[in-house]
Write a protein that binds this ligand. Structure first.
Ligand code: SF4
Length: 262
């Protein structure tokens, strides 16, 4: 069964139309779902008996559950989420200098194929890509945690498990639900995609025109040192990225930050 996080407005419109329901209800349903941080009182929407029954029979609110939760003294909350489809990832809510705001850290894959020598996420290789809905689920769980601690998720960064540019279609679809008009509570500039430097992925992200931030995790300023830490550097090196092989829009957005990962 699908969850409401698996749909954007167009795909829910199409699913409703296929089953003889009014497609125009899709936007109402999803906006209510995201405004309620992933919980929607379907009965309160006055959708009509047959559509209500269809939604109850064909969609879940979530396809993941919190398997473990830990909270540190500074207010950082770490969740281990288990997915109905199998596998688990960590997702993290971090404090910011502004007490009422928090930053979310999302995973994009279960495991990782990149082989960075310092990173635990890659030890067992790549298990699978996360679906867009599974990424959105992480965001909604973090929103719940933020509300419970009187904060709001002000920014999210794809800096958890996995290399987001190797699961880019699902990452873009998830961003559109998290930051799309009337869906999540974020704007494009509150979203950052962090990469170890997959150059074709950076170009594809720039072409998507989402106006999100890009973080390029360098870890070292020269190719020799970086290649020891990040094997991908042998293919897409520091020099290559300096020679202007990134599209101008992506290069302007790129900032070097340390990578946080499981
Ligand atoms: S640092 Fe990122 S890209 Fe490198 S192995 Fe870990 S999760 Fe993968």
């Amino acid at each position: 069964m699908k969850a409401l996080t698996d749909f954007d407005i167009e795909s829910l419109e199409a699913a409703l139309a296929r089953c003889g329901h009014k497609p125009a209800q899709a936007a109402r349903i999803l906006r209510a779902f995201y405004n309620g941080a992933g919980h929607v009182d379907l009965a309160g929407l006055r959708l009509g008996r047959t559509l209500l029954a269809w939604l109850r029979d064909n969609t879940l609110e979530r396809r993941s559950r919190v398997v473990a939760r830990s909270e540190s003294a500074d207010g950082t909350i770490k969740l281990l989420l288990g997915f109905e489809r199998g596998g688990a990832v960590e997702t993290v809510l971090m404090p910011t200098p502004f007490a009422e705001r928090a930053a979310g850290c999302l995973s994009s894959q279960i495991g990782c194929a990149m082989g960075c020598t310092f990173c635990a996420s890659t030890r067992r290789g790549l298990e699978r890509n996360l679906e867009a809905g599974e990424i959105v689920d992480q965001y909604l769980h973090l929103r719940e945690q933020a509300v419970a601690s009187r904060r709001r998720v002000a920014t999210v960064v794809f800096m958890g498990m996995g290399e987001p540019l190797l699961n880019l279609d699902n990452v873009i679809a998830a961003i559109k639900r998290i930051a799309g008009r009337g869906m999540g509570e974020l704007g494009w500039r509150q979203v950052t995609v962090s990469t170890v430097g997959i150059v074709p992925g950076i170009m594809k992200l720039a072409e998507a025109g989402l106006n999100v931030n890009l973080a390029l995790s360098l870890h070292a300023p020269d190719d020799e040192t970086r290649s020891r830490l990040v094997p991908l550097n042998k293919r897409y090196g520091v020099r290559q990225q300096h020679r202007g092989e990134l599209p101008a829009a992506a290069a302007r957005a790129a900032v070097a930050v340390p990578r946080h990962s499981a």
